[in-house]
Write a protein that binds this ligand. Structure first.
Ligand code: GLA
Length: 400
């Protein structure tokens, strides 16, 4: 190559590098200026557990108002998420519209934003959603643009309808179809330029915790649906053992929404529900009728010392550290070097738990605080016993 040709090729190459650098500038700037999505587990409310298909514009506005007046918003519950059944028809251009329950989604988003909260929505990568409404299959980019134009801040993307397309495929091909579908919506959301938390609803099949973050998920459901019974909440919550290593800032295991306040469990059982979800660094999405809450429910949902465990900025999910029949101890490391400790009694009658701090890696002088009672307990003996109510919990913060 002679010198002139070399110079020309070099100049062209340099130009190409500059062009590529410029082309990537907006996304670099966006990443630098935008706080990480879901740096701590998302907190808010979702319509499904209590309202199912009986959710409408009025319900969402009333919920937003109640989130403020009850102190829920100020306790950190900022996402108001509309689940399935908001979807109407697509027009001739393929643009999705709301059904008559939601006359103006943009106005609703403006209302929720004016209250200092964020609005979430729901769809499926399939042709139909779980409840049989219009899904996003073949309209991913269009739907993401519509959500962004409405001012949506959170999308729950529920596998459901896509399982029809996956039927009959080999496990590998079905897996690929599913992950491709999640990637497609991830890219569509990113292309809008609006930060939208991406929640994968996938029920924990195919070990979603191993690949949820790779397809762009900020959280992913690890289980089937919760319901308002202790047995179901218990099965789901305690089945999360071993998943801690897959969670961290921006990417959370999601054992489904809260049932606190829906009436099917005792206060003690709901306390177990909240404590376990906090130790699991689970998203805290209330699923009750917040416009009609008892003081008991408000207290369970807004206990700051419990919320702090869930929202701890270290972002480490807790795990089971010991098990003796129905007595289980779960621990979550916290950013200040302390640990949250949950001592659970999974049987119906009260039981005395014997806790050996040394086997929990807590040798030496250890102090404790009861997070539900807001009480310092002073120094703990290396072996201590605790009376735990049936289906109940003792939630402590312990430190050296
Ligand atoms: C599935 C999900 C639920 C809810 C319904 C809506 O069952 O797991 O959380 O979103 O669909 O149809």
């Amino acid at each position: 190559m002679n010198r002139i040709r070399f110079r020309t090729v070099f100049a062209a190459f340099a130009l190409l590098i500059v062009a590529v650098a410029f082309a990537s500038l907006p996304s670099v700037a966006w990443t630098q200026n935008t706080p990480m999505a879901a740096a701590t587990p998302p907190m808010g409310w979702n319509s499904w557990n209590h309202f199912k298909d009986k959710v409408d514009d009025k319900t969402i506005r009333a919920t937003a108002d109640a989130m403020v007046s009850s102190g829920m918003r100020d306790a950190g519950y900022v996402y108001i998420n509309i689940d399935d059944t908001w979807e109407g028809e697509r027009d001739a251009q393929g643009v999705i519209h709301t059904n008559s329950k939601f006359p103006d989604m943009k106005a609703l988003a403006d209302y929720v934003h004016s209250k200092g909260m964020k609005l979430g929505i729901y769809s499926s990568p399939g042709a139909k959603t779980c409840a049989g409404y219009e899904g996003s299959l073949g309209h991913e980019a269009q739907d993401a643009q519509t959500y962004a134009a409405w001012g949506i801040d959170y999308l729950k993307y529920d596998l459901c309808g896509l399982r029809t397309e996956m039927k009959g495929l080999s496990p590998e091909a079905a897996h690929k179809m599913m992950t491709d579908a999640y990637v497609k919506m991830r890219d569509a959301l990113r292309a809008t330029g609006r930060p939208i938390v991406y929640s994968l609803c996938q029920y924990g099949d195919d070990a979603v915790w191993r690949w949820g973050a790779d397809v762009g998920g900020n959280l992913w459901r690890t289980t089937g649906d919760i319901n308002d019974h202790y047995a179901r909440m218990e099965t789901i919550g305690f089945s999360q053992a071993g998943l801690a290593k897959y969670a961290g800032p921006g990417q959370w295991n999601d054992p489904d929404m809260l049932e606190v306040g829906n009436g099917g469990m005792t206060t003690e059982e709901y306390r177990t529900h909240m404590s376990l979800w906090a130790l699991l660094a689970a998203p805290l999405l209330a699923g009750n009728d917040v416009a009609n809450m008892t003081p008991d429910t408000i207290e369970l949902l807004t206990n700051k010392e419990v919320i702090v465990v869930d929202q701890d900025k270290l972002g480490r999910q807790g795990d089971r550290v010991s098990e003796e029949g129905p007595i289980e101890v779960w621990a979550k490391p916290l950013a200040d070097g302390s640990k949250a400790l949950g001592i659970f009694n999974r049987q119906q009658n009260p039981m005395t738990a014997i806790v050996d701090l040394k086997t929990l890696g807590l040798g030496g002088k250890v102090k404790a605080r009861d997070l539900w009672k807001h009480q310092d307990l002073g120094a703990l003996p290396p072996h201590f016993t605790a009376r735990v109510p049936g289906h109940g919990v003792l939630l402590l913060k312990v430190w050296r």
